[in-house]
Design a protein around this ligand. Sequence first.
Ligand code: THU
Length: 158
Amino acid sequence: MKKSIHLEYEVIQKENFSAEEQKLYLAASEIRKKAYAKYSHFAVGCALLMEDGNIVVGNNQENAAFPSGTCAERSAIFWAKSNFPNLKVLSIFIIGGPEDDSKSVITSPCGACRQSLLQYEIEQNQNISLYFSSYDGNAIKVNSIQHLLPFSFDGSEL
Ligand code: THU
């Protein structure tokens, strides 16, 4: 029996961002400038909108022992959930690309980040909107982390 999974996503340009999207885009852009991407020179910034209206940000932090570094998404979500464990995350905005902005690339979250983000979406029992974007604001939006991780390992197997 063949089955298929349908994925819906939206393509949005900076000019069409809502006020809230614009705010998240700017927060992710600002924190991206502080990324520690000494080895890849690929800078990523991430901004989370919390349910109380606060924005939590993070960026990638690399390490000479490469696997010891951390992506922007995990820097941001782990900080948010360490400090505000009971606050839901409403949306997440990610911006990535070469740190000198020499190329405009839409940067989608890596597999490990998808898994980490999904954990909190399941835990809070409410979808998180996820935007991923180039530095100059070409963005893709999905309405749930689930959409980026079909057949996920969600803990129900344990
Ligand atoms: N990176 C992120 O911060 N987020 C992603 O989802 C993709 C990759 C970082 C990790 C590493 O510091 C650099 O980008 C190049 O892979």
